[in-house]
Design a binder for this molecule. Structure first.
Ligand code: UDP
Length: 324
């Protein structure tokens, strides 16, 4: 088979490409504009005849038309990622996420190719403190902040991607699968765009202060990259997954305060743990989610999903990567 990965030089896309190349004799095409993706993430595949790299934007219709026409399946992973990037470059975020997905769906529909869309747990928006603290189920109501708060632009752009994908499925019978990825972590993830674990690990390894934003009582659940890749490949192969949305995450939950302590302990670091107001970290008008933990019943029912790597193993993989 010929498989296209948009954003294939990014953190998740490059791991997906590696796995597909390892698994069998598929040919893998990746397209990446190297905005947040890096050549270093794919250089191990340079001599592989079944690997093809196209450096371009997914908004280039002529290039994308050819790739979509050629390939049998599309994993659409290209997106503006990372809270820092989203806060600093809102135009790019909206354009990449909205126009990019529009382009992929339009072309996939032209040739009726199966598409898996990487959406985000951001679409759940905020859960108010003390209000709805339950696990997030795929069909739950969402609460978005004001349009003057930039963070929600990302959430809304991903939600729009989902609406468009579902519309293509329902109206035009395009085979689409939507995955809502929760915080995914592992080697190759950069801390440059805000992600908490690579940030904490990098600071801890050089004994610089580990910076916790807010009071650190906000919680997240982190999934190891290899577990996420397992799910993406299985869902793509499953005809019953078409037209559905899946939470892809881990039920193990941790507060950011405890995460900082874990990283400090696991690295044997002498870093101090510093608490910084959100405003100082992200600029004015930032709103954080207090809790974001998935209900993964749908995924479990579908494929008996059980993450193989726990939080400790996930953190360790990042420590090993940055030590190297
Ligand atoms: N965070 C932090 N210090 C950092 C980076 C992030 O305390 O250096 C916090 C952030 O405010 C959020 C959580 O860690 O509450 C997860 O942040 P990340 O950007 O990794 O992902 P998010 O879940 O916010 O998309």
């Amino acid at each position: 088979m010929k498989i296209l990965i948009t954003g294939g030089a990014g953190f998740i896309g490059s791991h997906l490409a590696d796995r597909l190349l390892e698994n069998g004799d598929d040919e893998v095409f990746i397209v990446d504009d190297l905005s947040t993706g890096r050549l270093a993430n794919v250089e191990q595949n340079q001599d592989n005849e079944r690997f093809h790299l196209v450096v371009d934007t997914i908004l280039n219709e002529a290039v994308m038309n050819e790739l979509v026409f050629k390939c049998d399946q599309i994993y659409h992973m290209a997106a503006a990622v990372g809270v820092k990037l989203i806060m600093n470059r809102p135009v790019e975020t909206l354009e990449t996420n909205v126009k990019g997905t529009e382009m992929i769906l339009m072309l996939a529909n032209r040739y009726k190719k199966r598409v898996l869309i990487a959406s985000s747990s951001e679409v759940y928006g905020k859960i108010m403190d003390g209000e709805n603290t339950s696990l997030l189920v795929e069909d739950t109501d969402r609460l978005m902040g004001s349009t003057t708060k930039r963070r929600w632009a990302y959430a809304c752009s991903k939600a729009l991607d989902e609406f468009l994908a579902l519309a293509y499925f329902e109206e035009k019978k395009l085979p689409v699968i939507i995955t809502r990825l929760f915080n995914t972590v592992g080697p190759r993830q950069t801390g440059q765009y805000g992600m908490v674990i690579p940030n904490f690990v990098q600071k801890a390894l050089i004994n610089k202060p580990i910076t916790v934003y807010g009071d650190g009582n906000q919680s997240r659940s982190f999934t190891y990259i290899a577990d996420v890749i397992d799910v993406l490949i299985k869902l793509m192969a499953e005809p019953e997954a078409v037209g559905k949305i899946f939470n892809v995450g881990n039920e193990e939950e941790v507060t950011i305060k405890d995460l900082a302590l874990m990283v400090k302990e696991m690295t044997g670091s002498s870093s101090e743990i510093e608490y910084i107001p959100y405003e100082k970290a992200y600029g004015p008008g930032y709103e954080d989610m207090q809790r974001r933990c998935p209900d993964i019943t749908r995924l479990k029912d579908f494929m008996h999903f059980k993450p193989k790597t726990d939080l400790k193993g996930t953190i360790q993989s990042v420590i090993d990567y940055y030590k190297k």
